[in-house]
Design a protein around this ligand. Structure first.
Ligand code: ZN
Ligand code: MN
Length: 148
């Protein structure tokens, strides 16, 4: 399944005339196998042993190329640490307020909200974003352990 996704993504790169460098391949593969929505820095750290000469700028550059081709998406949270997601299906996110963990949440797309918002605002709505916040299993468990 993941191999297939990687093959399809590489095919897209080839068709777009984008050179497939070993680093680019590694960044793409890492994102397709990681479900963690990593930051550029986390990707850099995960790959630096394999590519000692690679810079964080190279990671950013590769992420931008992959994003422009629609192979990944960037999740911004108002700070400078964007997260990157290779799941291009419509989905929502649940975020841990303590450790920042982000997991996918599959729920039917709330299309009716978009049409209602359009109706009441006169805006032409392009998309929406929903995030649910709370404490992940690890963090709420840690809290309980500390109390005892
Ligand atoms: Zn947590
Ligand atoms: Mn996601």
């Amino acid at each position: 399944m993941i191999d297939n996704k990687l093959e399809i993504a590489i095919d897209t790169l080839k068709k777009s005339g984008v050179r497939i460098t070993p680093q680019r391949h590694a960044v793409l593969e890492y994102l397709l196998t990681s479900m963690k929505h990593p930051t550029a820095d986390e990707i850099y750290k995960a790959l630096e042993d394999k590519f000692p000469n690679m810079s964080v700028a190279t990671v950013y550059n590769n992420l931008r190329i992959l994003k422009d081709l629609g192979l990944i998406r960037e999740l911004t949270y108002g700070d400078d640490s964007s997260r990157f997601d290779s799941n291009m299906m419509e989905h929502y996110h649940i975020i841990c307020e303590d450790c920042g963990k982000i997991v996918d949440f599959h729920y039917p797309t709330l299309d009716e909200i978009e049409s209602l918002a359009q109706k009441v605002s006169g805006f032409e709505i392009s998309h929406h974003r929903m995030e649910l916040y709370g404490k992940c299993g690890n963090c709420s468990h840690m809290k309980t352990t500390v109390k005892q």
